[in-house]
Design a protein around this ligand. Structure first.
Ligand code: PEP
Ligand code: MG
Length: 901
């Protein structure tokens, strides 16, 4: 139960806050306070805390004391402005804006012009120099925004009425509507409002304000906000703050306007200011991408004084925040006002480039630079790029709003994007502009293409946040949503046709353009020298990776089963193999031998089959040991149930039946079918696999152990070095391991002789019982490697092959977990098993080597956990190795400070 006290402080004047109070005041409120205290021109206002929102959401009513505190702050605001809210002669108007701890662009509500009513609209006109048009336009915007966001009146009805008014006037442009037209529109809007709400549009300004505040609180739980939080992993219980700010107007005429700016290019990180400006407009028009903006530099021509002042403020903000800032501003009749700033969202490339620049500029050190980038960004930079030649000619060019290369079938609605993506298709969502209702489609799509809007439009901001490819403002494209097509340069592209979009260059191609390696992968591959390239990104990545390597305590190994994978992983920085799965060595043209092994009717037949497999396995290991040149290689003895190496039961049964029908000789197939039937298990994942197989099939593990030892000796005798670690899978009891180990040690001693080769024997910890008896198991194991895939499967009792598709969506929806535990380690449950095993294992055998080789080894958050519990290394797929190196470095420094969400 949430208890509130009369004394709780729920409202802060801007002068009372600062940038470090984001938890309490939200990002927007904290930064408005910071700018106020820096002496920048911020319209006066106050912030209602996230705590008030949490209390409201928990109880369904405003907490005690809130109303009185709002009253007091409103009075102070009225005094500061010399105007009263809704005063008929000289009204104070306010905006009511959401602002959570983490930026959620466009996800929650904003209401502008609160305080206007039938009487104060006249006063506003006078205030604006007898500008009736402006006053009535502001009023109709209030009814529209208030109706839609506070009272859930369908927005289309207002838009439809606006279109009607323009049609009656014979124009397409809002600006052609005069004061009388807008006064008429206000009447129509009021009728729409009354029809849907059953009441008149509220004339009492304080009631407008209270309802707007309540609507902002409630918008925290709007469906799109919930979806966005889940996507961005923002906790669901933070709540939003509400900012009540004196209105300033960018729509007072040509000497007014509004814009968004970045202190560096958020796309590439290049130095220099960057932004969009829209004259004679309110802020929402820019962010919504409703009208095409002009580049910010144009402002120098339009209003040099404001432009110079803006540049000056931007330089101050960068110095102050020591990072890329984005800002929203409004110019009201030549006077500049700052409406928002924050450490700006940026693309993955810009994150690296800017972090490097800031080190060069002496603003931050390398630890801080490392803290400001992350593994998810690095992973994005490793995505392929388009490989272009003359065959592909761009049909349109928009703004490269969020980099990447995406191809897919064109769709025009969010719903269709979701539908096709569910069928496994790649889609490109094409819209004139996106709005927050398109979020589902944006998540489902491979890329987003819009015909309107700049780098700061909704589509651009949201796509960048998600790391999705986006081209915005491709205005040669005519989008026709109802007809499900777009036209460009005389060509028509219909739903389902494939296009390719380049989010770096902004180019749009028809058809599917092939892709090539990114520069960053070329750098990791060693084909791009970071000292000699003029590619700023590669230089920055190199510098930060070098620092991460110097800082990290965790070693990074790779999961690789072939020489080729091992070689690539080494180039990517792997310091050994943490998991070599041996099962693929039983497939392909070796199937026949494996069938002989499984079907063997006698010891002799089985021994023969194993003897034939031995040299093949040995050669596999020789290749891997050579590639790894003395780095540790953990080879896991065979794990999956043997029936996986035989044809599926149903298929075999049909083949046998058909062959019998034809009178063919089916003795062999029948034997196979009988074996498959015999081995059939209801729960094969919990059945005869791993160490259990080794204990049941005589000679199987022995053959593998011998192949490993012989390969190590062969490589060593050739002048190389090999450092094998034999790993036993699925151990649950120390006795299992002891049995395998006794036999293995005998073979190893016999093979290794005086070659100097040392072979370690250890175990996977992937059965909960093993974790809980780790102290005993450590007596028999020289190392542990956590198999977090199985440990998650058995820890939760979730079949790893079924549940993600079957019901995880519901668990995610209910917030039972925020992300699949197969993707990111469940710290509380599975993580606890790991902690126990690590502690008890090391207590029994000090210095016990500990690693992890499940999928979690390459997951950024999980890497931090493995660092915390004191593992020695993580092991992951080759492409994840750089990500794990970076995150291991970040885990080691674990500084707190700026956050770039
Ligand atoms: C694991 O269970 O985490 C593991 C690495 O083994 P596999 O995925 O092969 O079962
Ligand atoms: Mg496993």
């Amino acid at each position: 139960m949430v208890t509130t006290h009369e004394t709780d402080k729920y409202v802060y004047d801007f002068a009372e806050g600062n940038k470090d109070l984001k938890d309490l005041l939200g990002g927007k409120g904290a930064n408005l306070a910071e700018m106020t205290n820096l002496g920048l021109p911020v319209p006066p206002g106050f912030t209602i805390t996230t705590g008030a929102c949490q209390a409201y959401l928990a109880t369904g009513r405003e907490p005690d004391g809130l109303a009185g505190q709002i009253e007091a702050h409103l009075e102070a605001l009225e005094r500061a402005m010399g105007r009263r809210l809704g005063d008929p002669q000289d009204p104070l108007l306010v905006s009511v804006r959401s602002g959570a701890r983490f930026s959620m662009p466009g996800m929650m509500e904003t209401v502008l012009n609160v305080g206007l009513n039938d009487r104060s609209v006249v006063g506003l006109s006078e205030q604006a120099g007898q500008n009736d048009r402006f006053a009535w336009d502001s009023y109709r915007r209030l009814i529209q925004m208030f109706g839609k966001t506070v009272c859930e009146v369908p927005g289309e009805e207002f838009e439809h009425a606006l279109d009607e008014a323009k049609r009656a006037k014979g124009t397409h442009d809002d600006l052609d509507l005069d004061a009388d037209d807008l006064r008429g529109l206000v009447e129509t809007y009021k009728k729409i409002f009354a029809k849907h709400t059953g009441r008149e549009f509220p004339q009492e300004p304080r009631e407008q304000l209270d309802l707007a505040i309540r609507a902002v609180f409630e918008s925290w739980n709007a469906e799109r906000a919930i979806l966005y939080r889940r996507q961005e992993r923002i906790p669901a219980d933070l709540g939003t703050a509400v900012n009540v700010v004196a209105m300033v107007f960018g729509n007072l005429g040509p000497d007014s306007g509004t814009g968004v700016a970045f202190t560096r290019d958020p796309g590439s990180g290049a130095q220099g200011i960057y932004g969009d400006y829209l004259a004679n407009a309110q802020g929402e028009d820019v962010v919504a991408g409703i009208r095409n903006t002009v580049p910010l530099q144009e402002l120098e021509r339009l209003d040099k004084t404001s432009y110079d002042q803006l540049l000056d403020i931007m330089a101050r903000l960068e110095g102050h925040y020591q990072d890329l800032c984005d800002i929203e501003f409004t110019i009201e009749r030549g006077k500049l006002w700052m409406l928002q700033t924050r450490v700006g969202k940026r693309t993955a490339a810009a994150a690296f480039v800017i972090a490097g620049q800031l080190v060069d500029e002496g603003l931050i050190d390398l630890d801080e630079a490392l803290h400001r980038v992350n593994g998810a960004q690095l992973a994005q930079l490793m995505f392929p790029r388009f490989q272009l030649d003359h065959e592909f000619e761009a049909v349109a060019r928009g703004i490269g709003a969020s980099p990447g290369a995406a191809s897919g079938a064109v769709v025009f609605t969010s719903a269709r994007a979701v539908e096709l993506a569910a069928e496994g298709k790649s889609v490109i969502l094409v819209r004139r502009e996106t709005n927050p209702d398109d979020l589902n489609g944006m998540i489902a799509a491979q890329g987003i293409l819009t015909s309107r809007g700049g780098k700061t439009s909704h589509a651009a901001v949201v796509a960048r946040g998600m790391g999705k490819t986006c081209v915005s403002g491709a205005d040669e494209i005519e989008v026709n949503v109802p007809a499900k097509r777009f036209t460009v340069g005389g060509r028509t592209v219909s739903e389902g046709d494939v296009v390719s979009i380049d989010g770096t260059t902004g180019k749009v191609y028809l058809g599917e353009v092939p892709v090539t390696l990114s520069e960053v992968v070329q750098y990791f591959e060693g084909s791009l020298d970071p000292e000699r390239t003029d590619d700023a990104l590669v230089r920055a990545v190199h510098r930060i990776m070098t620092h991460a390597d110097a800082r990290r305590r965790l070693a990074v190994r790779t999961n690789a089963d072939t020489g080729a994978d091992a070689a690539r992983a080494r180039r990517f920085g792997a310091e050994g193999i943490g998991l070599c799965r041996t099962e693929h060595m039983f497939l392909g043209d070796r199937r026949e031998l494996v069938e002989r092994l499984i079907l063997a009717a006698s010891d002799a037949e089985r021994t023969d089959a194993l003897a034939a497999l031995l040299p093949l396995q040995r050669q596999d290991f020789v290749e891997i040991f050579r590639e790894m040149a003395g780095l540790p290689v953990t080879v896991r003895l065979i794990d999956p149930p043997l029936h996986e190496f035989l044809p599926p039961l149903e298929q075999l049964a049909v083949n046998v039946a058909v062959a019998q029908e034809r009178g063919e000789d089916v003795a062999k197939e029948e034997a196979l079918l009988a074996a498959v039937r015999r081995m059939h298990e209801e729960n094969p994942m919990l059945g005869l696999r791993g160490v259990r197989l080794g204990l049941v099939i005589p000679g199987l593990f022995a053959m593998q152990v011998r192949a490993i030892a012989e390969a190590a000796v062969a490589v060593t005798r050739d002048g190389g070095a090999a450092c094998p670690e034999i790993m036993v899978p699925l151990v649950g009891a120390v006795q299992e391991l002891e049995t395998v180990r006794a036999e293995a040690e005998k073979i190893i001693a016999e093979v290794v002789g005086d070659s100097g080769v040392e072979v370690l024997i250890g175990t996977m910890i992937e059965v909960p019982r093993a974790a809980l008896t780790a102290g005993q198991i450590a007596e028999a194991a020289q190392f542990f490697s956590f198999g977090t895939n199985d440990l998650t499967q058995m820890g939760w009792g979730f079949s790893r092959d079924d549940v993600e598709g079957a019901f995880f969506w519901r668990y995610l929806e209910l917030g039972i977990f925020g992300i699949s535990p197969f993707e990111s380690i469940d710290r509380d449950g599975v993580g606890r098993l790991i902690r126990i095993a690590a502690e008890e294992g090391r207590a029994a055998r000090p210095g016990l080597k500990l690693g992890v080789c499940g999928e979690h080894g390459g997951d950024p958050d999980s890497v931090h956990f493995f660092h915390e519990v004191g593992l020695d290394y993580v092991s992951c797929s080759p492409f994840r190795v750089p990500v794990a190196r970076l995150e291991a470095g970040r885990a080691a420094i674990e500084t707190t400070g700026s956050d770039s969400r």
